[in-house]
Design a binder for this molecule. Sequence first.
Ligand code: G3P
Length: 217
Amino acid sequence: MKFFIDTANLAQIKEAQELGVLDGVTTNPSLMAKEGITGRNNILKHYVDICNIVDGDVSAEVISTDLKGMIKEGEELAELHEQIVVKVPMIKDGIKAIKYFSDKGIRTNCTLVFSCGQALLAAKAGAAYVSPFIGRLDDISTDGLNLISEIRHIYDNYEFETQILAASVRHTMHVIDCAKIGADVMTGPLSAIEGLLKHPLTDSGLAKFLEDYQKGN
Ligand code: G3P
């Protein structure tokens, strides 16, 4: 499973990259605003800065909600850097835009996916990634991981090449469960990735090894 980090914070992206396990980055307008990145030019520059830190795919989201606007924005984003994947919302014109981009060889990430039907449409249109938001489904007492499972089943039935990018991952158990189910990618905060490191027996075992080494030296 690929690990993407879901942030526009350059320090956190660098930290994840230095860990050596980072495969890409996802962003969205809310994450950009959280970092105080506003204005079209600053946002475009920020995407390039992110691409220069990581080796893998970087999702950059369109703001337009009409086909013409999404195409114009998406083409501009795709021109920025070869690592850019154009993030397009799951709406009717979004599906048309994904098909357009796919025919032109521009890779897309279909975002705001909350159902199998939406995931099926995104795959049919040729999205490179589909982003089901598992945390937000959990928030409304619906099983987000079950959606990942069902999409996995559907995509495997027809050998769709669209990668399942489990998004809105909130914590470490989400990461582990996504791996069990067979998500192609998970995107989450740095804390969810670093949580994988932790086990009290590792800490106590290491402390004992170091203590015994000191005794013998
Ligand atoms: O990747 C989508 C993600 O940014 C949404 O996460 O935590 O706002 O639901 P969250």
